[in-house]
Design a protein around this ligand. Structure first.
Ligand SMILES: *Cc1c(COP(=O)(O)O)cnc(C)c1O
Length: 430
């Protein structure tokens, strides 16, 4: 056939886009490169998977299941919704997210396919190629994955393990410049399980206000704090700083596969009104809205889930983390940091005590090979010399895992790092 295209198209050559090439998830690449097999004589215990449904011990509330059954049976939600969501579903999120300090309007809610999609829309809406966003270290890897794919530079600001993983605000400040499009914060934190105090959040807000930088608040673990701790949503503490808050059903309601997340636009000074709000709406059209069955169930899910359900889960997570902490704190060479919420615990590995291992990655690989316990290395969160434990697993498995970690450390730990350190004049790094 005659064609008028230029002659360079004379054979198949289908290349991937820059976005596709630049997009990768460090957790995937690190985990997939782990080639060691678990010890065949010991049953695998995966403390690596941030999915609370994995072991079947934590189940969604029956009200939540019924709400979805009803939604399906009604046949009212088989069609397309508006790309930002059904009005009733958006109103349900607005009511759920309102409190004595903030009143959320349904028009400020955009439903998304999970919280990751909410973060994707926010980052894509606020930052251009060549600009930068600031992300926490240690932190959840998806911020980097999303931003770098789009050609946005990420700059990490550090959290302080010695201060309950508070943000090092001097470090944060030093990285803000003309091209900073947003600060991403995550509270409660994955991987740290930390919960920011009110004063600290106010300091962060002051910093954002000083430099006129909007904040994307990843609050997917909102309200998931242990007894006696308090969660403050960032937006409840500011009338000045524009905040895009991202959350969803995934973690608190124990249904990650349902892919229901949302953005709430908090913008009381109308700073985002002209461009960002419109941009988010346009971007939501790329996936033509989130799952309508779950949208149909959302009013009941958010209204009828009993308080006992939330309390029960948090009691379990708190117990699990206390048990783990009390065990691990006595293991030579390890130092756990007690979380205040979410479902994770970071454990410092004193690498000097384990001279056989070059890195946290090697430590977790050998732990897997010898004891069939798998934890994610700190590297996955841009934070070497740590590992992250998931504390949603059943308590007997958690105890067994702790005991195996202990045996492993006792085997590999060199006897007196203290004296060795003092001899060599090396400070113990915690
Ligand atoms: C799990 C998680 C998310 C993503 O949640 P999805 O709703 O499954 O997309 C976002 N941020 C953090 C910090 C998480 O741990």
């Amino acid at each position: 056939m005659n064609n008028k295209l230029n002659t360079s198209r004379e054979r198949w050559k289908v290349e991937s886009s820059d976005i596709a090439k630049r997009t990768h998830n460090p957790i995937r690449s690190i985990v997939e490169n782990i080639v060691v097999e678990p010890n065949p004589n010991k049953k695998l215990i995966a403390l690596s998977i941030g999915d609370p449904t994995t072991f079947g011990n934590l189940k969604p509330a029956k009200e939540v299941i019924e709400a979805v059954q009803e939604s399906v049976a009604s046949q009212l939600y088989n069609g397309y919704a508006a790309s930002t969501g059904y009005p009733e579903a958006r109103k349900a999120v607005a009511d759920y997210s309102s409190n004595e300090f903030i009143k959320v309007d349904p028009k400020d809610v955009i439903l998304c396919s999970g919280c990751s999609c909410a973060l994707d829309l926010c980052i894509t809406a606020v930052a251009r190629e060549g600009q930068n966003i600031l992300i926490p270290r240690p932190g959840f890897s998806i911020y980097r994955t999303l931003a770098e794919g789009l050609g946005i530079t990420v700059r990490s600001y550090s959290l302080r393990p010695d201060r309950g993983w508070e943000i090092n605000l001097d470090d944060l400040e030093s990285q803000i410049d003309e091209s900073t499009a947003a600060i991403i914060m995550n509270n409660p934190s994955n991987p740290c399980g930390s919960v920011f105090k009110r004063d600290h959040l106010l300091d962060l807000l002051n910093m954002a206000a000083k430099y006129y930088v909007p904040i994307i608040a990843d609050e997917i673990y909102e309200h998931m704090v242990f007894p006696g701790r308090k969660f403050y949503s960032l937006a409840s503490l500011s009338t000045e700083v524009p905040i895009l808050s991202c959350s969803g059903l995934t973690k608190r309601f124990l249904v990650p596969g349902w892919r229901m997340g949302w953005i709430i636009i908090h913008d009381r000074q109308n700073i985002l009104e002209k461009e960002i709000r419109k941009g988010l709406q346009c971007l939501s059209q790329r996936i033509i809205g989130s799952n309508t069955i779950v949208q149909g169930a959302l009013p009941r899910i958010l209204r009828d889930t009993p308080q006992e359900f939330y309390d029960d889960i948090l009691r379990t997570l708190h117990n699990n983390s206390q048990l783990t902490y009390n065990y691990v704190v006595n293991i030579p060479g390890l130092k756990p940091i007690m979380p205040d919420g979410a479902m994770y615990m970071m454990v410092h590995i004193d690498m000097h005590s384990f001279p056989e291992f070059q890195s946290d990655l090697e430590f977790v690989q050998r732990l897997l090979a010898e004891e069939s316990v798998f934890c994610l290395p700190g590297q996955c969160f841009d934070y070497p010399s740590y590992m992250r434990l998931v504390i949603t697993v059943p308590i007997d498995m958690l105890e067994e895992a702790c005991s195996r970690i202990e045996q492993f450390c006792v085997r590999h730990h060199i006897k007196s790092p203290q004296s060795r350190n003092s001899l060599e004049g090396i400070a113990i790094p915690y």
